[in-house]
Write a protein that binds this ligand. Structure first.
Ligand SMILES: [Zn+2]
Length: 121
């Protein structure tokens, strides 16, 4: 069986083919480095479904607005968890205009256009 090209992210080997689509999508966004922070969330009283609150209308009879209810985000490429209780690796990421996140490691490996790490320059 031919070995597929892999890349290490947070110490785990990922098949390049499995994350190529996510990387291509993320390259069309503009990212800025930020400390991850908890944000308001809408929590359904029945079932507990949680949605990020960004000013949308909601039914207060069915849904609670929880000021710090958004407890984590996932990297759009490797699904790494960004949250506020860990090391810099878990706290510092890159976010775009839509509120998506990527971890610093994925950003540096795949999205940082100032880096020649993955180019042929
Ligand atoms: Zn990542």
């Amino acid at each position: 069986m031919p070995s597929e090209p892999t890349v290490l992210i947070h110490g785990d080997a990922w098949k390049c083919a499995d994350i190529a689509d996510q990387i291509a999508a993320c390259r069309t966004h503009t990212w800025r480095r930020e400390h991850w922070q908890r944000r308001p969330a809408l929590v359904h009283r029945v079932g507990g479904t949680v949605a990020l609150y960004h000013g949308q209308t909601f039914d207060p009879a069915k849904i609670d607005l929880v000021p710090y209810g958004w407890s984590h985000d996932h990297c759009a490429i490797c699904w790494w968890t960004l949250h506020d209780s860990g090391s810099d690796e878990e706290l510092i990421g890159y976010t775009d205009e839509r509120g998506d996140w990527v971890c610093a490691e994925c950003y540096q490996q795949f999205l940082d256009t100032n880096s020649n790490a993955t180019g042929n320059a």
